[in-house]
Design a protein around this ligand. Sequence first.
Ligand SMILES: [Cu+2]
Length: 592
Amino acid sequence: MQILKWAAALFFATWPLLSSAQALSPCPRPQPGSIVEEPQDLRSHDGVLEADLTAQNASAANGSTLYCYTDAAGHQSPNLRVSPGDLVILHLRNALRNLSSNNLSSSNPNSTSAGRTAIAHHHTPSAGAPSANSSSGDPCRSGIMSPVSTNLHFHGLTIPPVCHQDDVMKTSVQPADAPFEYRFRIPENEPPGLYWYHPHIHGFSKEQLLGGASGALIVEGIERAKKATAGLPERVFILRDQDLLNPNAPPAKSEPVVPKFMVDKDGDAANTGTGFGKPAKDLSINYVPVPYPDYTPAVIEMKPGERQLWRVLNASAITYVNIELLFGRTPQPLGLVGMDGVPMSHGDTTGDAVNWQTHLAIPPGARVEFIVKGPEEGEPALLVTKTVDTGPGGENDPNRMLAKVVTSTNAPEPRARLASSSQPLAAANDAWLGDVTPVRVRRLYFSEKLTDPNDPTSAIEFYLTVDGEQPKMFDMSSTTPNIVAQQGTVEDWIIENRSGELHDFHIHQLHFLLLDYMGKPVHENFLRDTVNVPYFNGHTLSYPSVRLRMDFRDPNTVGTFVYHCHILEHEDKGMMGSIQVEAGEGPGNRTR
Ligand SMILES: [Cu+2]
């Protein structure tokens, strides 16, 4: 009997090989259909959150590279939970390995296949190509952008764009470097909500994010801004995209339409315009993959009829989502209370306002926080994403399931619960952004160009250009910012899309107010840090555009940072610009 047990143990330990390799991987991933577990919480104590984060990678069975962060206990991509005023100290260790057999096909942006183009990876042309063992010298000045380089961007936080805080232009940590210290203070006026961290290595952002290098950062206290959330259990759901697990499978027989398979200029499955067909990427929810073609849903457990706050981050590299919660076939009301880390809405002095929606579009990089009520026991419930029209040049983001919500009175309690009563959040000191007169209007535009206009298969370049300037791929080594602005001011930026695919504008360090969408005022009473700019269909008299009021009033915006398309293969291939915000003269402004 004992021998049998031993034999069985040995058998299951070594077979199938895939599972044992998975278990040893620093970035293990659950099987499709698994229960959605939430990231571990790392909380601040006595005003300090100090943690180790190790950037890791591993080869996946399908040949792609997995990336993750692990904390000191080995937990993957933990939630960083902080309060305004807290000091954050992170020791970032680079344990990335050069998995070069994969890099040839998936990680090397210099590959000429599938429309990839050569880009500058280094600030100083004199420095040689980095190897896995090379140290950069000073990580603050390195600027090395390679598949094994890493750094951290804290998406949405208004913290200074300087080394050891939130600089991504020069900061780069190599595998041979000592652990690199991030040390910054969460501003006292940082709005409570969902932010996130991810590497920002220009040229390799897409591969690292697709591999899973991302995690949530939560600024506590949303219940102080939104009374309806007080006392609610809260959940953190991170949607990521990844290379298809079953790239050669035909669409499921249940699909009502089987559109022709086409490839776009990035080499991804092209938008079919039908809502069906092979997606450009698979999606996962908290690392549980939901693979094409069957989209076996993950499982979210909750108690029947329970109200919860769901914090959802789209950490995808290139995939748009548009989520719905269906009971049977009926979309349920989702009580939106926060967008891109900022509680909605301006003018809600009582904290009672909840913005009820039946679907929530989340571009890559964006976040939504909303109240849901669980289904009754036995009631079929599905979290799905509906198709997003990315344009004739865009990727295919079809309709698909993400997770089924399974209720039972025995469902485990969520790990975190919001405080049941709290001091209301102090009103903002600054005037509402919509009421401030902009000092100027700038016009920028997204565009794309084939390197050989006569060869539709030639490499494509991506641009984000200040109108009047020559379109150029972003050059990390350039010391001249594309835009210079003054701290203490606000500006209006009109962002046009002159290309045939959807782009996703994002700027570091600040939030903006969407004023006009496609030329029409939208009267939004909340802020964003990421916004869609619809594609040009070739027929309208003017290009599709958004008008944004950009907020440079906070002294923490002083410095040089970037704005870019958050479709990361566009950013990696040049769709980025830099802005220098010069210190203002107002009282209380720090000097640098
Ligand atoms: Cu784009």
